[in-house]
Write a protein that binds this ligand. Structure first.
Ligand SMILES: C[S@@+](CC[C@H](N)C(=O)[O-])C[C@H]1O[C@@H](n2cnc3c(N)ncnc32)[C@H](O)[C@@H]1O
Length: 288
């Protein structure tokens, strides 16, 4: 029997859960809702897209409690109540979404959004005049191959797995290449992570990467797109970070390795690398 999720309040009053399996909270303690808005929805320019487009396609990788989807639907329908949204959400564990229903703040989300989240958690689909949503319960490494085969193309992709050391299988070169294949030419991918191996893997997939706003005193997130001209360039410090040993990405050639094997392989590659040690880069920039 899996342990029940224990709700934890975050600084903005929204609740998150702690995952005993991954030994990590589902959100930053600065605010689950704030994180969804500032790290995912705003960098993907969803309000701007909704005011120009009558249809938006979303891919929510690691749906969890559904905050990123909730913030996205809220922003889109505020900008254009008639905008039709196609949403594919991925997670291995539907019980997270189901347990979350009891903790949504009913004053903070529009009724249409709450109804969609509840429906998705209960039946894994939600269909209205403006929504066609599916929550696919499987390893995202399997579902992404299916989506790529179907030539699924998203305007916005939210990439929200647990951190690379806890869940490296969803940050690898091979997985992110397939994710990128599901992004429209002018689409945007957003993630809370600014980790060097993540940014390297996104670049190897052909995307330009930039930093998004830092929340609290935390590090920034990352926004990526094939349309380089709209992505804020990385600073010199950030670019140099991507040439150090820390930037060696995670690999998972057949998309079926265990987390431990993926971490071990990267560790070996780092030890054999003649790249600049990351500690040296840190010292160099500390003294500036
Ligand atoms: C950081 S949480 C996501 C938080 C979520 N975006 C939200 O707003 O609540 C990470 C999620 O990844 C899911 N997960 C872990 N391994 C996965 C895998 N291999 N494929 C798909 N989902 C996975 C977990 O069940 C968890 O819900």
């Amino acid at each position: 029997v899996k342990p029940a999720f224990t709700p934890q309040p975050t600084a903005d009053g929204s609740f998150t859960f702690f995952s005993p399996e991954f030994n990590e909270a589902f959100h930053s303690h600065y605010g689950a809702k704030q994180e969804a808005i500032y790290k995912f929805v705003k960098p993907c320019l969803l309000k701007e897209k909704a005011s120009r487009q009558d249809r938006i396609v979303l891919l929510d990788i690691c749906y969890g409690l559904g905050y990123n989807t909730a913030a996205a639907l809220t922003a889109i329908w505020q900008a254009n109540p008639e905008c039709r949204v196609q949403l594919i959400a991925l997670d291995t564990d539907v019980t997270v979404a189901q347990a979350a229903i009891a903790y949504y703040n009913r004053q903070e989300w529009p009724l249409s959004v709450l109804a969609a989240l509840e429906q998705l958690a209960r039946t894994q689909t939600a269909t209205t005049a403006t929504l066609d949503a599916t929550l696919r319960i499987d390893d995202a490494r399997a579902t992404i191959q299916d989506l790529q085969q179907q030539k699924f193309q998203a305007d916005a992709i939210f990439l929200d797995p647990f951190s690379p050391p806890q869940c490296p299988q969803l940050w690898t070169v091979e997985f992110l290449a397939k994710v990128a294949a599901c992004l429209k030419a002018d689409g945007r991918l957003a993630t809370y992570s600014c980790a060097a191996p993540v940014r390297t893997a996104l670049q190897l997939a052909g995307l330009s990467v930039g930093s998004t706003a830092a929340m609290g005193r935390k590090t920034p997130g990352t926004v990526a797109s094939f349309a380089a001209e709209h992505i804020p360039p990385l600073s010199r410090r950030e670019q140099e970070h991507l040439h150090t040993r820390a930037a060696i990405p995670y690999r998972d050639r057949a998309l079926n390795n265990t987390a431990a094997a993926i971490i071990q392989q990267r560790h070996t590659e780092q030890q054999n690398s003649d790249r600049e040690p990351t500690s040296q880069w840190k010292r160099r920039w500390m003294s500036q």
